[in-house]
Design a protein around this ligand. Structure first.
Ligand SMILES: [Zn+2]
Length: 95
């Protein structure tokens, strides 16, 4: 699998050092939430899934990043997905 990163940044121009939450909204959008260290405020980026579909790169797009096959094999499910993004729930082990 290959993917292209979102170019995330705050209004002040600072890129997030750590994504706090990734979720789905009630109006069918992907929501990415982080805390801007520069202006000390919560940032939320919303993106429609229809828009995501249109923005998806092609396999030979030069800007895509490859995900190693073993990562796809042993990480399944929402919790593991969120762990890969650095998001943990209280009580989660540090595995
Ligand atoms: Zn900022």
């Amino acid at each position: 699998m290959k993917f292209r990163q979102f170019a995330l940044c705050c209004d002040c121009g600072l890129a997030p050092t750590r994504i706090r939450q990734v979720g789905l909204s009630t109006d069918h959008q992907l929501v990415i939430h982080w805390w801007c260290m520069g202006c000390r405020k919560a940032m939320y980026v919303m993106k429609d899934f229809a828009e995501c579909w249109e923005d998806c790169p092609t396999p030979d797009d030069f800007s895509v990043t490859s995900v190693p096959a073993e990562n796809l094999e042993c990480h399944r499910g929402d919790v593991n997905f969120l762990h890969r993004l650095g998001i943990r729930y209280p009580g989660d082990g540090e595995s």
